[in-house]
Every structure is written in C-alpha cells, then in structure tokens.
Write a protein of this length. Structure first.
Length: 224
C-alpha cells in the first residue's frame, strides 16, 4: 500500500496497479514426472518447468489437477498452461494453443512382468480387462482401428489395477511410465508416435506465448 501511495504522489494522484508476470501450470500427477512431494509439485517435469520459467523471467505457480479442472482453467485464466501428448496431426484441444513441442514419445501396450502379449493377441483380451491413460493414446488406438477401453484419470490407479490383476493391459505413453521402478511393468508393442506439447490458454497474450516458446528452446529436454 505504501508503494502505491508513493507512486500516486509521483504520478500526480494516480495509482497504477502493475500486474506481475506469472504463469500457472496444471498437470495430473505422473509418478516421478510430476507429482506432489511435501505438499509441492516435484519431479522431472517440475524441474524442467523451473528452468523454463527462469529463462522466460516469469513467476511460475504449479498445480496438480484433474483433467476437468485443467480444461476449466484454460477457459477462464489467460495465464494458464498445461501439457498434452497427441498425434502430430491432431489439433490442440479446445481452449488451448500449442506453444512448444517438447519431444516425442510412443503410445505403448503395457502388461505385468512375465505376461507378454503380442498385438495380434489383443483380441483375446476383453475390453473390461483393458484400460487407457491419455487422450493421445486413445487417439492412436482409434487411428489403428482398435477398440478404446475405459479411460483412467489417474495413472497411479491404472498401474495399481494392472499390478493387482484387475486388468491385464494398460495403454499409456512410454514417457508417462518412464520413471517407474524397473520391473514394475512389462513394455509391449509400440502403437504409434506422439508429440508432447507445452500448451497455454488461447487467451494468453501473443507476446507471452513467444516469450515462453523462446525460453523452452533454451531448456535441455530429455529423450523418452
């Protein structure tokens, strides 16, 4: 308040509010990639975001969020960003704009260790024994003409169901499961390439979009 008064004196009685340059980032929890530790987002993705924010010179707030909350935030907040992983020919979801491609990954079939399953054998597994995590992975299944099973909103829950033999097959990205302990799951056939995009609200000012894209170019991104 004192600062505002001093500015008002200098400007002849007019007090201006200066908006801090902030970016809010939302993403579901992904083990080892983006998760909550001691009440704060942490993991590989959180570290990359901090590097990006440093290069962009912005203040970054990170949140673990459900997909519905992410969609709502993109519609209502012009400083909201997230990440989506989709086939290269798929447009950005409603309310989002692509800002920077952070790399490629693969949609892949996963099973329990010791339970190898060829793609040709997938028809022998009922849909109730299958699950998919990620809109991009579901898109790949549709493009290949494969039936799309129930979609999980929680990767941790889907992995637990596979380990507990409640399902036999999990379709997910190699990147999403890359930080699981070795031997947790068995990686099966690859289904198709996906692009991981840093996305922001369509309402974000173009100058900020360009600034964030430039900052990402300076971040050493991992390969999956």
């Amino acid at each position: 308040m004192l600062r505002c008064v001093l500015i008002a004196v200098l400007l002849g009685g007019v007090c201006l509010t200066v908006r801090a340059e902030t970016v809010r980032f939302y993403l579901p929890s992904l083990p080892g990639i983006y998760e909550e530790r001691d009440g704060k987002p942490a993991g590989l993705y959180a570290d990359l975001l901090q590097h990006m924010a440093g290069h962009a010179g912005v203040s970054l707030s990170m949140f673990i969020a459900s997909r519905p909350r992410i969609q709502q935030s993109m519609q209502l907040q012009d400083d909201a960003c997230s990440a989506v992983t989709l086939p290269a020919n798929v447009p950005a979801p409603a309310g989002m704009q692509y800002v920077f491609p952070m790399g490629q990954t693969q949609a892949q079939l996963f099973t329990r260790p010791g339970d190898a399953l060829a793609l040709s054998e997938l028809a022998t597994v009922t849909l109730t024994q299958q699950m998919v995590f990620g809109e991009g992975v579901a898109s790949v299944l549709q493009q290949r003409g494969l039936p799309v099973p129930a979609r999980s909103q929680s990767l941790q829950e889907a992995v637990a169901m596979l380990q507990g033999q409640r399902i036999r097959v999990l379709f997910a990205t190699r990147a999403a499961l890359s930080r699981l302990a070795p031997g947790t799951l068995a990686a099966g056939p690859e289904l198709g390439a996906l692009v991981s995009w840093f996305t922001c609200s369509v309402h974000m000012p173009p100058a900020m979009v360009q600034r964030l894209a430039s900052a990402w170019r300076q971040v050493p991104l991992p390969r999956f």
